[in-house]
Ligand binder design. Structure first.
Ligand code: SF4
Ligand code: SF4
Length: 222
């Protein structure tokens, strides 16, 4: 999921203080789980704006804010409220904000959140980055642990010289990613694979932005 955190309200307010009326758009997926764009956060934002004498013409939590067509359909019943608003504030990730930009070309749209990373939720509202979407996954070679992401240096060929007692020199509170890989491969009886691992140079062209995926799924042949 995409991990977001709320912008400081004052920072947002600096951007929107010239407008009198707002429509608030959240997202029921990642932003809701992060506590940055669900019903409670929309209510909180509405109250904050109203306490400053602003009008909130409507609020809506989209099912999946980054899904442009689905969000467009969901927002149809809110046409009047959106037309009445001078500005839209989006409480989701940057992708959700840009859905609103695409749907409302003539209206200012501002993000209420900062988008941080792709994360795993390990406990309630605790998130760890484990994949940086490199475009060419090597988890098949590293026991399912990503050194590109979980090693602060992104080392692909084993630990650096700073590893101490199994811990990372950059973030000593964490286990070294390569120690975790070693321990996992050992548990799986795959140390020979690790010894013989010849990692090819990383194919960075796979992560050149903006990335697109337009392949149509082939129908499964019976
Ligand atoms: S190698 Fe790491 S960053 Fe790349 S896709 Fe796999 S998990 Fe994600
Ligand atoms: S100690 Fe391990 S995780 Fe930390 S930077 Fe070095 S190789 Fe990466």
């Amino acid at each position: 999921m995409i991990i977001t955190k709320k912008k400081d309200f004052q920072e947002l307010y600096e951007n929107i203080k010239g407008y009198k009326s707002f429509f608030l758009l959240g997202c029921s997926e990642c932003a809701t789980l992060c506590g940055t764009g669900g019903e409670p956060e929309l209510k909180e934002m509405k109250e904050a704006l109203e306490s400053l004498g602003r009008e909130v013409t409507g609020t809506f939590v989209a099912k999946t804010g980054c899904q442009v067509l689905g969000t467009k359909v969901e927002l149809k019943p809110f046409k009047e409220a959106i037309d009445k608003a001078e500005c839209i504030i989006v409480l989701s990730c940057g992708a959700g904000t840009q859905t609103a930009v695409e749907l409302y070309e003539d209206k200012p749209v501002y993000p209420a959140n900062d988008s941080m990373f792709l994360g795993n939720m390990t406990r309630l509202q605790m998130f760890d980055e484990r994949c940086s979407l490199c475009g060419k996954c090597i988890l098949d070679k590293t026991g399912g642990i990503c050194p590109l992401t979980t090693c602060p240096k992104g080392l692909l060929h084993g630990p650096c010289g700073g590893m101490k007692d199994g811990h990372c020199e950059v973030s000593p509170e964490l286990q070294c990613a390569w120690v975790r890989i070693y321990e996992r491969m050992k548990r799986l009886n795959k140390l020979d694979e690790l010894r013989n691992l010849m990692m090819e140079p990383k194919e960075w062209s796979q992560s050149q932005k903006p990335r697109r995926q337009y392949e149509k799924k082939e129908k499964t042949k019976k």
